[in-house]
Design a protein. Structure first.
Ligand code: C5P
Length: 241
């Protein structure tokens, strides 16, 4: 598989075309961003940890019947994926109240959400990713009704699978964001699943072990990601001295 030109560079990943028109290479960089790119920092090893973390989760989901774009690990910070036609939508499920839900609705932090909430957001940095609903998606043709139904079905399926996976590792899956794209008539899970796009708390102490450490300046960001990876059994390469 030969890397060709840069297709797109996001806040934490760069996407490259390959000699196969159906495949792309994702490069997980050390760059870390928050607040729509207002806070930026390079964190040593983050690209590598997220690449291995994402591969582990995507393979678990694929094996459990959630179709994903993931193909294989290529190097410490690169993975091969199927080229999707991405929908401009983010799907967020929340099991515990925190973050923008509390800011928007004035609800207390840390409540168990039963049933979990489901929200759509429009991917648009300039507009700060506004919340949208099914009606907006249909009117502006961002996705079809069948795709809306499939995104909800798959996002909730991921919740059942990952809540259990993280619970076995002594972690609470607080909330997470997924993105989907079209591929040969199907909808596949795209983008990534890493602690950059979800919230994970220690089940006993409720210590934050995700990107909120960066957003809130708590320090130990990559160390927390590595701790989560270690608890899940993700094999990371040895750190060279
Ligand atoms: O900020 P908010 O509380 O809405 O975030 C909900 C979840 O979605 C969090 O896990 C957050 O990391 C993730 N998210 C994301 N990318 C965004 C917005 C939210 O990964 N652009």
């Amino acid at each position: 598989m030969k890397k060709q030109s840069e297709l797109y560079s996001g806040k934490a990943k760069t996407v490259y075309t390959t000699d196969d028109p159906e495949k792309l290479i994702l490069h997980f960089r050390n760059d870390t961003s928050a607040f729509d790119g207002e806070k930026l920092q390079k964190l040593e090893r983050k690209g590598m940890v997220n690449n291995y973390f994402n591969a582990f989760i995507m393979q678990k989901l694929q094996a459990a019947g959630v179709p994903t774009h993931f193909e294989k690990l290529l190097s410490e910070d690169e993975s091969l994926v199927k080229k999707l036609d991405m929908l401009p939508i983010e799907c967020v499920v929340r099991n515990i109240s925190t973050g923008s839900l509390c800011r928007r609705l004035g609800v207390e932090e840390g409540l168990d959400l039963d049933p979990p909430t489901f929200e759509f957001f429009l991917k648009n940095d300039e507009l700060h990713d506004p919340m949208i609903n099914d009606s907006h998606i249909l009117t502006f043709k961002w996705a079809t009704q069948a795709e809306i139904d499939r995104m909800k079905e798959l996002t909730f399926k991921v919740n059942g699978l990952l809540k259990a996976l993280f619970a076995d590792a002594g972690l609470l899956l607080v909330d997470y964001k997924l993105e989907f794209g079209r591929y040969q008539g199907d909808l596949l899970l795209g983008d990534e699943f890493t602690p950059d796009g979800c919230r994970l708390w220690d089940a006993e102490t409720r210590e934050k072990l995700d990107k909120d450490r960066f957003r809130q300046g708590l320090g130990g960001v990559v160390e927390a990601y590595e701790e989560v990876a270690r608890r899940l059994g993700v094999e990371l390469p040895e750190v060279s001295a």
